[in-house]
Design a protein around this ligand. Structure first.
Ligand SMILES: [Zn+2]
Length: 386
């Protein structure tokens, strides 16, 4: 696709706010969607046309939780090259925007990772939108596969470090009960997107945190206090609150599909976002890898440590969208939005990403009905050129 001329994507089934629509042309100028018009519009004839052969054209998928891919684990080498490799591996599965995700580690590793993301954004590495720092300010009782030795309290030095600008978004997963409301407020005021995860908080503690800048929940249901009869827990607080976003891992293993279907009835579907929680094996032909000194094996679509604890997912975004349709009974249009418009809104990027709309960046994915990805564009550049 030539960046100097107007390109027209024609003959696709285009995801709009009303659902998938035929007979439209998406005009792209200089990396942005300049108009979405009927195929018969005169502007289409003046543009360079690309025939989408009746396949589904969706906003590119945005993954807010991706630990690795293509054989690379971000924690192992938090560098620009790792970010590029992870982005490249996941782009084959429709991801055009992502937050490389660092699991609990030492502050100096967090600092290196923040620096790498800043460099990657400056170098225009395709798709990188910021960073997700998952831990180490977590509750050891809900640590999951995180290394207990890395967990720590959120002190002033850590707040300062996390506030370091990268040019993109910084998302922080923390256990709100392990810190105080003032600290949450300070982080939120610094522009950090706060998400509760690996937390044993009570319903009351989460409510308080929501009033002090908490914006979302990391892998809802996993590694958090559950909905109980006398204590609604983090899950109860997340489902009760209609304003916050919930990341969900829809791989069929992390959460029973019945439980997720019930969750979807509790708050607007716009507040759910699909995440991959992917590890190095996605987009690479490897059967095991090391995570925080532990051997993780890939078995029957699951990633397990030696104790049998799930350690991330063997999932990519196209698979997550397909699973949302198949396992949760979500309409294809809604499933696609759970991977695009919804995370874009969570990140505060909905004015530029997540919809096929004039003025938005031309970050798009073309897939067939089974969610096999055929092509992606990031800022108008197709993958075959990138
Ligand atoms: Zn986690």
């Amino acid at each position: 696709m030539d960046r100097m001329v107007t390109n027209a994507l024609v003959n696709g089934r285009v995801l709009r706010d009303t659902g998938f629509v035929d007979g439209l042309a998406v005009l792209i100028d200089n990396g942005c969607i300049s108009a979405v018009v009927p195929r018969s519009d005169a502007r289409v004839d003046a543009a360079v046309a690309h025939d989408l052969r009746g396949q589904r054209l969706m906003p590119g998928f945005i993954d807010t939780q991706v630990n690795g891919g293509g054989g690379v684990l971000f924690n192992d080498a938090p560098t620009v090259e790792s970010i590029r490799a992870i982005g490249r591996a996941h782009r084959r599965f429709g991801t055009t925007g992502f937050l490389p995700t660092l699991i609990s580690d030492d502050l100096h590793v967090i600092e290196t990772a923040l620096g790498a993301v800043r460099e990657a954004i400056r170098a225009r590495v395709p798709g990188v939108l910021g960073i997700h720092i998952e831990g180490p300010f977590l509750n050891p009782e809900r640590k999951g596969a995180h290394d207990r030795a890395k967990l720590r309290t959120l002190d002033r030095a850590a707040v300062e470090l996390l506030s370091m600008p990268t040019g993109g978004r910084t998302m922080l997963t923390l256990a709100p009960e392990m810190t105080d409301p003032d600290t949450l407020r300070r982080l939120a005021n610094a522009g950090i997107i706060l998400s509760a995860g690996h937390t044993n908080a009570t319903h009351a503690e989460v409510k308080q945190a929501l009033g002090h800048g908490l914006r979302g929940f990391t892998h809802l249901f996993n590694a958090m206090s559950q909905l109980g009869n006398r204590e609604p827990g983090v899950v109860g607080a997340a489902l009760e609150d209609s304003g916050s976003w919930c990341g969900i891992i829809v791989d069929g293993y992390h959460v029973d599909p019945v439980t997720l279907r019930l969750a979807l009835r509790c708050k607007p579907v716009e507040r759910f976002m699909l995440v991959s929680d992917a590890m190095p094996n996605v987009g690479a032909d490897i059967g095991e890898f090391m995570l925080a000194g532990k051997r993780i094996v890939v078995r029957d679509g699951k990633l397990l440590d030696e104790a049998g604890t799930l350690a991330g997912a063997s999932l990519h975004m196209a698979g997550a969208v397909a699973n949302a349709i198949k396992l949760l009974g979500v309409e294809p249009a809604h499933a696609a939005r759970m991977a695009s418009a919804n995370p874009a809104a969570f990140l505060g990027l909905d004015a530029e990403l997540g919809r096929i709309e004039a003025g938005h960046r031309a970050s798009l994915v073309l897939a067939d009905d089974r969610l096999n990805v055929l092509e992606t564009w990031i800022d108008g550049v197709p993958s075959r050129a990138g």
